[in-house]
Design a protein around this ligand. Structure first.
Ligand SMILES: Nc1ncnc2c1ncn2[C@@H]1O[C@H](COP(=O)(O)OP(=O)(O)OP(=O)(O)O)[C@@H](O)[C@H]1O
Length: 231
């Protein structure tokens, strides 16, 4: 399999209503794909289907056999009341795709967490409760949690939503560095970013309306059909 990910004619429904239809999509190693579209267009559902969190009612999803995926959920939906330190949140990322019954964290896992926190400039937050973090800090911690599994593909759901421009820039820098070697799928409403950075884009509104280069299309054609711009 040359692609790391292949979706063929995928359908997903909730309560009898199709929220995704005829989704066919491939992703190559090292690619950076942005997914845009209106609220309720099915972006998060598509990610969940790729992760195996929702089951398609039709079609096929194939991942390369050894593929490790890092998933960064929407930080705005993360339960901040959960009493846990930053270090331990990142440590849970070590379970990742290698989840086995009764696996315990070892010294190597702790070492990797220390390294990733340092590389991302987050060491000073290691012992802080997650409830005490700013939105930008929490988002970076969730990215660290995904990266500590050393994934081949990083999937992020609106990582820059509600963040200021400095934090947005930090996050895009992290993604660009990761993308020098590995693949990224980014769900975003930040059209300016994907156009400025010549990203491959999928416009999703139940079906794939467009896939291609963000820059070669007229803005109106890739516009997110009136969806709310969180960024
Ligand atoms: N667990 C669920 N049960 C029933 N319906 C759901 C469920 N999750 C999502 N939906 C519905 O499926 C549709 C697609 O939702 P989804 O969250 O995938 O869209 P989205 O493109 O990610 O939206 P947004 O940009 O607002 O995050 C919506 O109509 C939503 O209400």
């Amino acid at each position: 399999m040359d692609n790391i990910l292949e979706l063929k004619d995928v359908y997903v429904q909730y309560n009898g209503n199709h929220v995704l239809e005829e989704i066919s999509l491939t992703l190559e190693d090292g690619e950076f794909l942005s997914i845009i579209g209106p609220n309720g267009g099915g972006k998060t559902t598509l990610i969940k289907a790729i992760l195996g969190l929702v089951k398609p009612c039709g079609g096929q999803i194939r991942l390369r056999d050894d593929l490790i995926i890092g998933y960064v959920p929407q930080h705005t939906k993360f339960d901040r009341q959960f009493p846990i330190h930053v270090f331990d949140v990142v440590l849970t990322g070590r379970l990742g795709n290698r989840l086995r019954l009764f696996k315990r964290y070892g010294e190597e896992d702790r070492q990797k967490v220390t390294e990733i926190l340092k590389a991302m400039g987050l060491s000073h937050l290691a012992k802080r409760q997650i409830g005490m973090l700013s939105g930008g800090q929490l988002q970076k911690v969730l990215i660290a949690r995904a990266l500590v599994a050393q994934p081949d593909l990083l999937i992020l759901d609106e990582p820059t939503a509600n963040l200021d421009s400095e934090n947005r820039r930090d996050i895009y820098d992290i993604l660009h560095r990761f993308n020098e070697k590995k693949a990224v799928i980014l769900v975003t409403h930040d059209l300016e970013y994907i156009e400025d950075n010549k990203r491959q884009v999928v416009l999703l509104n139940r079906k794939i309306i467009y896939r291609g280069d963000a820059k070669t299309r007229e803005k109106t054609q890739i516009h997110d059909h009136g969806g709310t711009h969180h960024a």
